[in-house]
Write a protein that binds this ligand. Structure first.
Ligand code: ADE
Length: 250
């Protein structure tokens, strides 16, 4: 698959994709990642990509024309509607987007091309979200100074889901969020550190008991740290009842 990142700071991506799984996936030819300077698609002498907002206000807004030209140049499609039924997506990164989740990462991992548009300044002309992007995506409820770190996050989360990118095909299935729960706690040596012992069950070899402990620990951690996920998690009646019993007992 191919990622094309449209940005006014292509050098930002100099090294972020040169490590770990993303580096390996690139080297294996599973993914190609290009960072493209938006100014390449300007037609004026000064390569202007932004302008003042209609209605007044602070800051500058990314103009639509260079972004539309860039996406057309990279995908062959001038508007999002032309991409319906294809395996190409145009993702606008912005704090106004829907929140990026594992489900969307998995969907994007099946695409042949994903274009990522990095917003800058105070915003991006809304016609980009209306007509050009297939998706408007935020990486969380906070404001970054631009879409570049968000693009790096999306690429990383998607690349590790491309078949063959992880050492073992099952790794991505078992991990955090695959089931809508946080991952269970992990421990390594030493068995005691700063007065904290590794749970006894993990030191033995009873795999059924270990699996039960991990499931319960994942549920407890999710309930504590992410009550929103916990409320939506697919628990058996028995699991819910047992956790509730424990909660009432504490
Ligand atoms: N650009 C600025 N803030 C962002 C966010 N939270 N997600 C995606 N793009 C952004």
């Amino acid at each position: 698959m191919k990622f094309d990142i449209i940005t006014i700071f292509p050098d930002y991506f100099g090294a972020v994709f040169d490590y770990g799984i993303v580096r390996r996936a690139r080297a294996a030819g599973l993914v190609e990642i290009g960072a493209h300077d938006l100014r390449r698609w300007t037609s004026d002498k000064h390569k202007i990509v932004d302008d003042r907002p209609f209605g007044g206000g602070d800051g500058m807004i990314l103009k639509p024309e260079p972004l539309f030209s860039a996406v057309e140049g990279l995908t062959g499609a001038g508007e999002a509607k032309e991409l319906a039924g294809t395996r190409k997506r145009v993702v606008l990164l912005s704090p106004q987007g829907r929140v990026f989740e594992q489900r969307l990462a998995a969907e994007l991992a099946t695409c042949e091309q994903v274009v990522l548009i990095c917003g800058r300044y105070e915003g991006v002309d809304e016609r980009v979200a209306e007509l050009l992007a297939t998706d408007e995506v935020s990486v969380g409820d906070y404001v970054l100074s631009g879409g570049e770190p968000a693009a790096a996050v999306v690429v990383d989360a998607v690349v590790r889901l491309i078949p063959g990118a992880l050492g073992s095909e099952t790794s991505a299935v078992n991990e955090s969020f695959a089931e809508g729960l946080l991952d269970f706690p992990h421990y390594t040596r030493p068995p005691e550190f700063r007065g904290r012992r590794v749970p006894e069950v993990l030191l033995g070899g009873n795999h059924a008991e270990i699996a039960r402990w991990r499931r319960r620990a994942a549920l407890l951690k999710t309930r504590r740290n992410r009550p929103d996920l916990f409320a939506r998690a697919a628990l058996t009646e028995e699991e819910r009842a047992r956790l509730e019993e424990e909660a009432n007992g504490c």
